[in-house]
Design a protein around this ligand. Structure first.
Ligand code: PLP
Length: 487
């Protein structure tokens, strides 16, 4: 046996290599309210609920009590009436998966004679969780190209709606661009055609309700049949908790289609509202405690801080030559691109910028460019998720952004064409071979990407990813991640 103190000491040492989760230095993944008391509250609540099993709330009724409170709170914030019901899930991906599974099962029930697979229509900027849902639940994913600045065109989505569509998705906002999709136009057209419409507010569900100047995008909108909203993002709860709500008339019927129930085995009757069986109640308890503590007023105050930070951030970007905001963000996510209106010498490449920000202590997420099905290209960008803590950090963030921009202005984007050409000769071309584990590992090391860490420049790896055929790039990234946890 190893001494418990020594075990924790080792964990502390391991944690020292992690990027900082507080203070706003990591501009994605973590959502810092800037209020330490929320962490203490979440810890205490999570600890109280730690031994419970969410598998059976009849045995542990505290679980359904917390769920009722939290679902009720989310329903009020998302302007749903009493007919809106839902479930607490383990995160955004699970909420999106379940929204798709629900719509698929309802579609199948309505089309008993259909022989083909139903379609899932999304803009290309919809979260990748929907591609995963289509793959897992056997739907045809039908991505609809956006404008080159990532703006979603309602008419293009509506054009795709037909009898074989189980679900159309819009985002509030879309993660890659921060833009609020045209929810009302798409949802009402979907309702006219009898198609379900999901609003993915995983990112914005607990911040956009208080964001100034937005059109309605929630259950007030005719045709919206479900909404996902993550408590572990702008709900400020620790990871592992999201909410999925069903409405649009028939909310209960929709919600029940989300469940899996069976009595066809000799064990306990299984009734799972979500994907897991046994599940921790700690994330639920932490989110419940934070929502109880903050209430609507607390969320409104935190959102006001974030909105001020976002406005100031945009003023700073406007003053930096060569850098531009992509599209029309409508909340706390902002993507930066190179300004195409100035000469190449004056441009700031966003991935060079993200790499340069590391030296100033800021971790910015690289977003690769994407060639859409119609041949248009959404450019590569740098993603910034702003949170309440950034209001007081904005002077430092601005200084870092200016200095990092100055250091890379005029430096061309990383160019992986030689590597891509070499791989093409080896057969890794469009429609060609896909590397297995050993070949993928060799290729990664050849590309100098055998090791990745939080403080490593990523521009070259991203340049490679965006130029390779998707199945090849996906195999390389799978290998990269899989090797990290190999003993
Ligand atoms: C719009 C949107 N949907 C879904 C997700 C997936 O959420 P999670 O990472 O919690 O699974 C995200 C994550 O960033 C998101 O921004």
């Amino acid at each position: 046996m190893t001494d418990a103190v020594a075990v924790l000491e080792r964990l502390r040492a391991l944690r020292a290599a992690d990027a900082p989760t507080h203070g706003g230095r990591v501009l994605s993944y973590v959502y810092d309210s800037g209020r330490d008391e929320l962490d203490d509250l979440a810890d205490a609540a999570a600890r109280l609920a730690r031994p419970l099993n969410g598998l059976d709330p009849t045995v542990f009724p505290s679980i359904s009590a917390m769920e009722r409170d939290l679902i009720g709170f989310a329903r009020r914030m998302l302007r749903g009436g009493r007919s809106v019901v839902g479930s607490i899930t383990s995160g955004g991906t699970e909420s999106c998966l379940l929204a798709v599974k629900t719509a698929r099962d309802l579609w199948r029930a309505q089309h008993p004679d259909a022989t083909g697979r139903p379609r899932l229509v999304t803009p290309t900027t919809a979260h990748a969780a929907f591609q995963k849902a289509a793959a897992l639940f056997d739907l045809d994913w039908d991505p609809v190209p956006c404008a080159p600045d990532g703006t979603v065109r309602a008419a293009d989505l509506v054009d795709r709606l037909d009898d074989d569509v189980a679900l159309v998705v819009v985002s509030a906002p879309a993660y890659p661009t921060g833009a609020l999709d045209p929810v009302a136009e798409v949802a009402s057209a979907a309702a006219d055609r009898g198609v379900s419409c999901h609003v993915d507010a995983c990112f914005g569900g607990f911040v956009l309700p208080w964001w100034p100047g937005l059109p309605a995008w929630d259950f007030r909108v005719r045709g919206v049949t479900s909404i996902s909203a993550d408590l572990h993002k702008f709900g400020y709860a620790p990871k592992g908790v999201s909410v999925l709500l069903h409405g649009g008339g028939g909310g209960r019927r929709r919600h029940r289609a989300q469940f899996f129930a069976t009595t066809r085995w000799p064990g306990y009757p299984v009734v799972n509202p979500t994907l897991l069986g046994s599940r921790s109640a700690s994330p639920l308890a932490a989110a419940w405690a934070i929502a109880q503590h903050l209430g609507e007023r607390g969320y409104a105050e935190l959102t006001a801080s974030t909105a001020r930070a976002a406005a100031e951030f945009r003023r700073i970007v406007d003053g930096i030559q060569g850098l531009a905001v992509m599209g029309a963000p409508a909340g706390p996510a902002i993507a930066l691109v190179a300004d195409k209106n100035v000469s190449a010498r004056e441009r700031v490449d966003p991935h060079r910028l993200a790499d340069a920000m590391l030296a100033h202590g800021w971790k910015v997420q690289h977003q690769p460019g994407l060639t859409q099905a119609d041949g248009t290209r959404i450019p590569h960008s740098a993603h910034f998720t702003l949170t309440p803590v950034h209001e007081k950090e904005m002077a430092e963030l601005g200084a870092a952004l200016r200095a990092a921009s100055d250091s890379v202005r005029g430096v061309r984007a990383a160019d992986a064409r030689m590597l891509v050409a070499a791989l093409r000769i080896l057969g890794y071309r469009e429609g060609g071979r896909v590397p297995g584990p050993s070949a993928a590992w060799r290729l990664l090391r050849l590309a100098g990407a055998g090791r990745v860490s939080a403080d490593q420049p990523m521009a070259m790896l991203m340049a490679l990813i965006e130029r390779l055929p998707a199945p090849v790039a996906e195999a390389l990234l799978t290998e990269l991640l899989a090797r990290l946890s190999e003993p």
